[in-house]
Design a protein around this ligand. Structure first.
Ligand code: HXC
Length: 519
């Protein structure tokens, strides 16, 4: 049967509109985007998704505004590409802002398109990935574009903890455009992207300060200082590859477990060098990532926020092919002491793992919370409480390994049975005490040292006595606080077996609307 003329005409119209949609803001704008070293929204999606898997929704939607010349800027799709696709065979909902259309500015139509896939993703239990490249609220649409943000934010929040949400920042992300990413689980910044609430022009007008967009909110700022970004890459291509990798550690939704990949690393592999990892010097630093790299499946460690609060290490890895979340103190940065930023970093990650059924494995080597007015004035009590809250609240399997210092709050917060830790191992080098030797002796024996015939000698004696008593794991093991003192090289097989036991763990928290996390 041949097509009649009318059908043919209809198809021609559709095809022409689709061709226009693919061109976004036009070839000239696409060329400009390329000249800036950036890909278009569609090129990005093509890299992110399995070939041929993308099905677009709302490709032809356009706005209906005419103020400030907007009628001359009606483009099919309205500056955003949305739909569903697959990553390594797993379904994902995606949106990609198109900077070639009015700077990717956020419009009512954009909001409707994003909201639509957010709704479908939430109902079907599918992760949402947003590729952001936007100048913020579309100025010409006034309050309509501001209100439109609210539609997306509320869906971000309702989906939080139900389906993974990942934001990839691939250009400017200004004004309201930063808040949807900030509400999601992960922010990945690629290339010369930047995030800021108020742009350089506004800052200049209001304060007179001159600052570039990158200095204001580039990846160095957000992956290193502010903690807004969780990962950063030099290029867009790397950012998209990292997104796929990150997704592989996560389940599709909170009712599923993360996928197990076929394990290749033998579960009984023991690394003899781990027995020499802890230096002889009590305060000599070592890199906890050496332990992590050795214990978990080969090359499986994906560190999150490596440059923010480096005194704590967090990330995903695999153990016998199963996804696990790792929290560790980092003795080679600030002696691994906990501070405000490390508390925020750790607490948020624990809650993320708990929400998505990822067991948590904690390596403890921490002299305690960082002392001083800077931390106290900044609210280290409030922030440190987040770690305690998060560990107590988490019902996923939790295993701790005390490698060296577990002093005071660090022991209680990061490894203690009382806070519902399931299994605690200690290496023979563990030191479990209320505080370090110097501080303890000063508090307890100030008078005795002062009145001794040789104060320095007496202090040394008391220090030695304190270390002898507390700087080992056996006291804690005697009273059942440590389940087993193990050789460091045994850590991998012991962890695999402990996790095997805990895999079916069921623990419930009391029913409530929600707790009051000390945010
Ligand atoms: C409408 C916009 C726009 C916007 C950019 N454009 N931002 N159009 N609304 N918000 C348009 C520009 O006019 C320009 O159009 C095109 O997009 C490309 O922008 P350029 O400025 O040429 O690009 P570039 O030099 O790369 O600078 C990008 C930028 C800058 C850093 C994003 O455009 C900028 O500072 N925009 C404003 C950012 C901002 O302050 N947004 C906050 C909005 S208020 P032509 O046709 O000239 O090429 C907000 C509050 C919401 O979002 C709060 C919710 C909680």
């Amino acid at each position: 049967m041949t097509m009649d003329g009318k059908t043919k005409k209809h198809l021609e119209v559709l095809r022409e509109m689709r061709t226009r949609a693919v061109l976004g803001g036009g070839q000239q704008r696409i060329d400009q985007q390329h000249e800036r070293g950036k890909m278009t929204a569609r090129e990005r999606l093509a890299l992110l998704l399995d070939e041929g898997s993308f099905q677009e929704f709302g490709a032809l939607a356009t706005h209906d505004f005419s103020a400030f010349g907007l009628d001359k800027h009606r483009y099919p799709g309205d500056g955003i590409v949305t739909g569903f696709g697959k990553i390594n065979g797993r379904r994902v909902a995606v949106f990609a802002q198109d900077f070639t259309v009015l700077g990717g500015s956020f419009s009512e139509v954009q909001s409707q398109k994003i909201s639509r896939i957010q709704d479908l993703a939430l109902e079907s239990g599918i992760p949402v990935i947003g590729l952001n490249d936007s100048g913020g609220a579309r100025i010409q649409e006034g309050v309509r574009s501001l209100a439109a943000y609210g539609e997306v934010f509320v869906r971000n929040v309702l989906a939080s903890g139900v389906v993974p949400q990942i934001s990839v920042i691939l250009g400017p992300c200004a004004g309201g455009a930063v808040y949807s990413p900030a509400l999601t689980d992960f922010v990945i910044m690629g290339g010369d992207s930047c995030m800021f609430l108020t742009g350089p022009e506004v800052i200049k007008a209001v304060t007179g300060e001159q600052v570039t967009a990158l200095d204001l909110g580039g990846a160095d700022v957000h992956a290193g200082r502010s903690g807004v970004a969780h990962l950063a890459t030099d290029t867009e291509v790397e950012a998209l590859a990292l997104t796929k990798l990150l997704l592989s550690y996560l389940p599709q939704n909170n009712n599923e477990d993360p996928p197990q990949i076929t394990p290749e690393d033998p579960i009984n592999r023991m690394d003899e060098s781990l027995n020499d990892l802890i230096p002889d010097g009590e305060n000599t630093p070592y890199d906890i990532r050496d332990a992590i790299g050795s214990v978990f499946d080969q090359d499986s460690f994906l560190e999150i926020q490596p440059n923010f609060a480096a005194n704590a290490v967090i990330g995903f890895a695999r153990l016998d092919g199963y996804s696990v979340g790792i929290v560790a103190n980092q003795p080679c940065f600030m002696s691994g002491a906990l501070n405000i930023d490390a508390s925020d970093k750790i607490a948020r990650f624990i809650r993320l793992c708990d929400a998505f059924n990822v067991p948590i494995i904690t390596f403890v080597d921490c002299p305690g919370f960082l002392p001083g007015t800077g931390q106290e004035y900044g609210g280290v009590i409030r922030h440190g409480a987040k770690i305690i809250y998060a560990y107590c609240e988490a019902t996923v399997p939790k295993i701790s390994i005390v490698t060296r210092k577990a002093m005071g709050g660090a022991y209680v917060a990061m490894g203690s049975k009382q806070m519902r830790n399931d299994v605690t191992f200690a290496w023979p080098t563990a030191q479990i005490a209320v505080m370090g030797a110097e501080a303890a002796v000063r508090v307890l024996f100030r008078q005795e040292i002062k009145s001794a015939p040789d104060p320095a000698l007496r202090e040394q004696e008391l220090l030695a006595e304190y270390r002898e008593k507390f700087f080992n794991p056996y006291r804690a093991a005697d009273v059942g606080q440590i389940d087993e003192v193990i050789e460091p090289r045994e850590t991998r097989p012991r962890l695999v077996r402990a996790l095997e036991v805990l895999r079916t763990k069921v623990q419930m928290n009391p029913a409530k609307k929600h707790g009051l996390t000390p945010i």
